[in-house]
Design a protein around this ligand. Structure first.
Ligand code: ADP
Ligand code: MG
Length: 629
């Protein structure tokens, strides 16, 4: 509990105790009979007024400020009018010799409002805290190695290429590459994945993970503001500012709803009174009407529900950038997938190099062209070649085609058929199944490498799930028709498009989006598909750790490199939306009911107070159900 929450709790306890004492004493000795005559209301009035001020000074203050700023129709205003009305009515009855009632109710309105407010505040800060605790990844310091000394510094001052030392038990403060030692890392806080991962010299490590077993030295590759940990934290911190349509609806709703209620209340106070002549009954009913009509239950519980949904997801290594995406995702009916690295492992195995006698040379040329790339094809090819090779080439990545590497006397081409055609190379189409990487040097085909990728286990589970919920599934790939067809058939994906350049993927996807009435998800690995991630209604990127392009371009990041998270995310989104709708209905139905009852005079202001606060508390409790499995 924060100190402000503690203060509020104290205030509630003091006011509630005073209130109960006054209430009970009043019931026994009737405070109004202490003074006789026209001033009989003075004693109960002063006592209740004290409670009223203790419990409600901030509400009164806020209402007055809002009135001064011209925004009169908010919940504070409703309560101020209702309670001042109740006080006046009680005084009026006292002056006219009727039995005094209304002071206690006026205090109760504010008292229970504050209890509800406290409860809500506590719930919100609790779920906010749980998110940041789950995401307890912010490093406090880095051990910088400077010559032979080690200095503890702020991670923000560490530069690229500095060497930092990470001891067991410490958080990895910055992204980098291991240069000394080996250890296991706990990535749970980033990915939700409990299995520790082993790293040795040459492996990259990601900030926010925890070193478990032994000391390592790491060469820093990114400054702190650019590191994974900063990106992730930024994302989580901004999540609550992106409002879902239902949330915006509630804000708008409150804007129209409150004035309408106020005018209805005025109407209720005046018209029947003129007809029946019974002013104080109808004013009293109008005042209860005002109390019950506060939209707090909605205004409070809906953002809380979304917040809880985002929190639950982040516990499972699924980062959702805002409640708008959560809402859209729950409605998504079309899922478009990138193939390589998303549905398949992107872990290519070389199955053939042709002609065989030149295989050494072909591999060497391919590695010269590919060694600087993060594309799965490049990584897989380079992993197979340990020898030295010249690095004086200038490489150009023609996305969706392959690579061109040039220096003064040499041009190496390494890529698919489209690349060969573009450079007018004579080649014969290879009939092998798999992805074919043709290698040409100085306008002559040298040979080709056949590589094969494996389908991820979880792709079967995910596609099966999507087919079962009758979602439309589409696979887009830059790979050749043969491979694409094989993967699509294997996974039972009915629609696929092969041989697409990144820009073709983009155009195809825009058409899908244009013809869709609900929401389209694009799932990619963040390598050369950032534009597609951006234009889709919900861009989902895989294995967010390490790739900042993906984190930035997508709306949902799966920190765990596991497609099954999409199923989990979908369930969370559905559940969150269900609870949001439940809360909207719960609040509206109960309130309308009490509104009608109080207009008819069947209930009194007490029921109105409980109606308002009760619904709020019910809605809050309901929204916490998101956290239940
Ligand atoms: P996908 O759509 O399956 O993710 P990409 O768009 O990344 O595939 O690549 C499409 C095709 O372009 C690949 O199948 C390959 O033929 C060629 N290609 C892309 N990058 C490279 C590379 N670095 N080396 C060789 N070929 C490449
Ligand atoms: Mg790709």
């Amino acid at each position: 509990m924060t100190s402000k929450q503690k203060k509020n709790l104290m205030r509630i306890i003091v006011a509630l105790t005073l209130f109960i004492i006054i209430f009970v004493v009043d019931k026994f000795i009737n405070l109004a009979s202490v003074f006789n005559g026209a001033l009989n209301w003075l004693l109960p009035f002063s006592l209740y007024l004290a409670v009223y001020i203790i419990i409600g000074y901030d509400v009164i203050y806020k209402a007055l400020i809002n009135i001064k700023n011209g925004q009169i129709f908010d919940e504070c205003f409703l309560m101020l009018v209702a309670t001042i009305g109740a006080f006046s009515l009680a005084i009026y009855r006292g002056v006219n010799g009727l039995q005094i009632e209304g002071f206690d109710e006026a205090c109760a309105v504010l008292l229970f409002y504050q209890i509800g407010e406290f409860f809500q505040n506590y719930a919100v800060s609790k779920s906010r805290k749980s998110i940041s605790a789950l995401m307890d990844i912010r490093p406090d310091y880095a051990n910088l190695r400077f010559q032979n000394k080690i200095q503890t510094v702020d991670p923000e001052v560490v530069q690229i290429d500095d060497i930092i030392v990470i001891n067991p038990g410490e958080k990895v403060p910055l992204d980098g590459i291991v240069v000394k030692g080996e250890t296991t890392l706990d990535t749970k806080s980033l990915t939700g994945e409990a299995k520790p991962s082993c790293v040795v010299v040459g492996d990259s490590v990601i900030s926010g993970t925890i070193n478990l077993s032994s000391t390592i030295e790491v060469k820093v590759t990114r400054q702190f503001y650019n590191s994974t940990v900063s990106k992730v934290l930024e994302l989580v911190e901004n999540a609550s500012s992106k409002k879902a349509p239902s949330e915006k609806f509630i804000t708008k709703f409150a804007r129209y709803y409150t004035p309408i209620v106020v005018f209805l209340a005025i109407f209720l106070a005046i018209v029947p009174s003129i007809i029946t002549g019974n002013w104080n009954i109808w004013i009293y009913r109008a005042l209860s009407f005002l109390v019950v009509s506060c939209p707090c239950a909605l205004v409070i519980s809906i953002p809380l529900t979304f917040f809880s949904g985002i929190g639950v997801a982040s516990k499972k290594g699924i980062l959702i950038k805002g409640s708008n995406y959560l809402e859209k995702f729950s409605k998504a009916d079309t899922f478009v997938f990138d193939k390589t690295g998303t549905l398949t492992k992107g872990n290519f195995v070389i199955t053939k190099i042709y002609p065989e006698e030149k295989s050494e040379e072909i591999l060497r040329l391919a590695v010269i062209a590919e060694h600087d790339l993060s594309h799965p094809i490049a990584k897989s090819i380079c992993a197979k070649y340990q020898k030295d090779f010249p690095k004086n080439y200038l490489m150009t990545d023609l996305q969706g085609l392959g690579i061109v590497a040039k220096n003064e006397k040499d041009i190496i081409l390494c890529g698919n058929e489209k690349l060969m055609k573009k450079y007018h190379i004579n080649y014969e189409r290879c009939q092998e199944s798999g992805t074919i990487v043709y290698v040409a040097q100085n306008n002559k085909l040298i040979g080709y490498i056949v590589i094969n990728d494996e389908i991820k286990e979880e792709s079967y589970v995910l596609i099966n799930y999507l087919n079962n919920i009758k979602a439309k599934v589409i696979m887009l790939t830059g790979d050749n028709e043969v491979t694409a067809k094989h993967v699509a058939e294997e996974l039972r994906i009915p629609n696929y498009q092969a041989s697409l350049l990144p820009q073709n993927k983009y155009t195809y996807l825009s058409n899908v989006i244009k013809n869709n009435h609900r929401a389209v998800c694009f799932v990619g690995d963040g390598i050369n598909d950032a534009p597609s991630l951006m234009i889709s209604d919900i861009g989902i990127s895989m294995g967010g750790i390490g790739s900042d392009a993906a984190i930035e371009a997508s709306d949902i990041v799966l920190m765990k490199d596991d497609l099954k998270s999409i199923i989990e995310a979908r369930k969370i989104a559905k559940k969150t939306m269900k609870i949001v709708l439940e809360n909207i209905w719960l609040a509206i139905v109960i309130k309308v009911l009490i509104l009608i009852l109080s207009a008819l005079g069947i209930t009194n202001m007490w029921v109105a107070v409980f109606g308002d606060v009760g619904v709020t508390i019910l809605a809050i409790l309901n929204s916490l159900r998101v956290f239940l499995e």
